[in-house]
Design a binder for this molecule. Sequence first.
Ligand code: NAD
Ligand code: UDP
Length: 311
Amino acid sequence: MRVLVTGGAGFIGSHLCERLLKEGHEVICLDNFFTGSKSNISHLLDSHGFELIRHDITQPVLLEVDRIYNLACPASPIHYQYNPVKTIKTSVMGTINMLGLAKRVKARILQASTSEVYGDPQIHPQTEDYWGNVNTLGIRSCYDEGKRVAETLMMDYHRQNGVDIKIVRIFNTYGPRMAENDGRVVSNFILQALRGEDITVYGKGEQTRSFCFVSDLVEGLVRMMEAPDFIGPVNLGNPCETSILDFAEKIIALTGSSSRITYKPLPADDPRQRQPDITLAKKRLAWEPKVVVDEGLMKTIEYFSSVISAG
Ligand code: NAD
Ligand code: UDP
């Protein structure tokens, strides 16, 4: 098949392109390089069947494809808050453009949604039938509300135009090729630990997250894309939940670092708890994460060590 991956030069997108090429598909990676980089996909450029297009999904594009993975959107709070208007345009206008393309060429389209659609959740762990608790006015809203509208657009194109859709709600994912400067907790803590700097815990570190290794996530995306008679939404994430303070201590232990923990103010609207209920993914996709957190973190630590040594 010919597969379009928007955001294909980003963290998750680059691993997905790699996986799809291995399966023998033709892959078109489309990216505006806002948070992605050519270095993430440089090893794929010579692969038979790989094409790279510099394009912004807020503008229409016409391509003949069978599948569209719509991943284009900055994912870390620092990056999506850098230009919030652009972030919401990417989720709204970008998703309309990709749905228009899917409708025109009769491609199946999968939307990368997020656990952020649950906001600061009052249901724990989060199940797909929970409608969420999201602030429409806050600094995270450009991302959260953009992704919620993207889900609505998917459903409306499906009901109104019969577009073949899939919605996945991705929970915190980590691994090699996370951007060094994206301010997310995994990259921040590992880099701080490796450099012997203080580890910056926001708030008291009592808030929780559940971290999924990127290879597990990509397996879930591919399974969902090909699952018969199932449009989702489906949660994809690792239910192994940890407080941010415990996570800081784990990173210090795994890196053998002498770093100390320092406390910084908690950003506005930071969700207090997050854990995916993956019962639906287990049932409909026969999917669950395989990589235990220590193993995934060691691979990520090795990656960031090599980034530091490369200067
Ligand atoms: P990322 O920032 O590494 O990748 C996003 C990619 O999209 C980048 O390559 C960026 O350059 C590109 N992009 C951004 N705006 C674009 C535009 N207007 N046109 C074309 N390309 C554009 O982030 P990621 O972690 O790989 O996330 C990929 C997707 O998964 C995103 O949609 C994100 O919202 C979703 N997601 C990620 C996580 C996570 O923990 N990583 C969690 C939930 C959802
Ligand atoms: N966080 C932290 N220190 C950092 C970066 C993040 O304590 O240096 C916290 C952040 O406040 C949040 C959690 O770690 O509670 C996860 O943050 P991240 O930005 O990785 O993802 P998200 O909040 O989008 O889940």
